[in-house]
Design a protein around this ligand. Structure first.
Ligand SMILES: Cc1ncc(COP(=O)(O)O)c(C=O)c1O
Length: 422
């Protein structure tokens, strides 16, 4: 399609957008009395309007039923979390029994490492991308120290090539093959938080498995953003947060995928709690642990219903629309944003460059030359919500649920003004 950087063209794309009505299903912050252009769905998604109904229902049941709500609430609390597994399984390309919702992301990655990082004298190394999300780095280091291993020896980081802003799949696969039979685990971010790169999860998983390692993915920036086929890719495990593209609210519950081949394995190591025991005998309060036959076996505590309720509300929207349509719009919207950026760049004599490779989801990371921070501040003051990453990067993630083509056009105009004003 031949794009144009005009309001009329942007509006014509909106007119053809089959998801355009979904904009009205979200709450927007306002700046200077106007709804913002929201680019930080990769950090905290907007609040879907149906969330308050789901939360109010729990509050009402709690007020009127108190403890009886566990079994007699409209959606009983004791198995409330189970309602999320089927819709989430569609989002991540898994079987329903392979998915559960519990805790928060870093907690779940630790729990997954308990089960799937079982170092031996020979096979103990972990491969990740260089500059992985800091929480993941702290997790690796602390897990390794917990096992009495030296993080400097055991962590192998795949580096970008000199002068390049992205990782090459061939370099990841080569590193996996080189570490070979010393490799215990590959655990990387499926979409990198900084440059927005989508890793070739299928190829990397295959390389890890070929070398006898476990392969897991941190899908914080991937879930609800790109197509995932975790089961078909033979991924061992994955975890994600729900507050970014999944729009479930700040700090909210995390999802977990565990390949079905591990679900009935008696030898699997796992930290256990009462919500992982079989439902029909859970309240007999027996001393022995009888695991659920699905990923719920990894559950520890009774679910935080007030936090799971907004996630269920948001999943209702994903059920209605489906990932296919979201991804179709995402591709067009992000391409249009890229076009607008390129047009603005021509007009302001090359003030920035896009560092996100072609393998991408929603996010474009833009390296601002010169007075980047002043441009960022200008955008924020003028109703464009984006985020700043050192040393000079703004990340723009136009989420297809609530961002429009017209937003992209107006963003370009504000950016141009901001650069010319400096
Ligand atoms: C890639 C990635 N991993 C891990 C985390 C940590 O998530 P949490 O604070 O929910 O544990 C984040 C948070 O933004 C993230 O982006």
């Amino acid at each position: 399609m031949q794009f144009k950087n005009t309001l009329a063209f942007a509006q014509s794309l909106d007119a053809q957008d089959e998801l355009r009505e979904y904009r009205n299903r979200f709450h927007y912050p306002k700046v200077n009395g106007k709804e913002v252009i929201y680019f930080t769905g990769n950090s905290l998604g907007l609040q879907p309007k149906n969330v308050s109904g789901f939360v109010d229902e729990v509050m009402k049941d709690w007020a009127e039923l108190a403890v009886e709500g566990h079994f007699y609430a409209k959606k009983p609390w004791w198995d409330y979390h189970e309602r999320l597994a089927a819709p989430l399984a569609k989002v991540v390309g898994a079987k329903t029994k392979e998915v559960t919702v519990m805790n928060t992301l870093t907690v779940n990655l630790h729990l997954m490492m308990v089960s799937f990082y079982r170092p031996t004298e020979k096979r103990y190394k972990i491969i990740c991308e260089e500059k992985a999300f800091p929480s993941d780095q702290y997790m690796f280091q602390s897990q390794l120290r917990f096992h009495g291993l030296d993080p400097n020896d055991a962590i192998v980081e795949v580096k970008k090539r000199e002068g390049e802003h992205y990782w090459r799949t061939e370099d990841v696969v080569k590193t996996i093959d080189e570490v070979g039979d010393e490799l215990a685990l590959v655990l990387m971010g499926g979409v990198n938080y900084y440059n927005g790169q989508v890793f070739d999860m299928q190829a990397i998983t295959a390389a890890g498995k070929r070398n006898g390692a476990m392969v897991g993915w941190d899908l914080a920036h991937a879930v609800g953003n790109i197509a995932l086929h975790l089961h078909d890719w033979n991924v061992d495990f994955a975890a994600w947060c729900s507050y970014k593209y999944m729009n479930s609210g700040p700090g909210n519950a995390s999802g977990v995928y565990i390949n079905e081949k591990y679900l009935d394995r008696k030898d699997i190591q796992r930290f256990e709690g009462w919500w992982g025991t079989k439902k029909d005998t859970r309240f007999l309060m027996k001393p022995e642990f009888e695991p659920m036959e699905n990923a719920d076996a990894w559950q520890l505590s009774n679910a935080p219903i007030l936090s799971v309720a907004p996630y269920l509300a948001s999943l209702q929207l994903f059920e209605e629309v489906g990932m296919k349509k979201l991804i179709k719009k995402q591709k067009l919207l992000t391409s249009y944003l890229e076009f607008v950026l390129t047009e603005v760049d021509k007009q302001v004599a090359s003030s920035f460059e896009i560092i996100t490779p072609k393998e991408r989801g929603c996010q474009l990371s833009v390296f601002l030359h010169g007075e980047g921070r002043a441009i960022f501040d200008y955008l924020m003051k003028n109703g464009v919500i984006t985020d700043w990453r050192e040393p000079n990067v703004i990340r723009l993630a136009p989420a297809p649920f609530y961002c429009s083509f017209e937003d992209m056009f107006w963003f370009g105009e504000v950016l141009k003004e901001g650069i010319l004003a400096k």
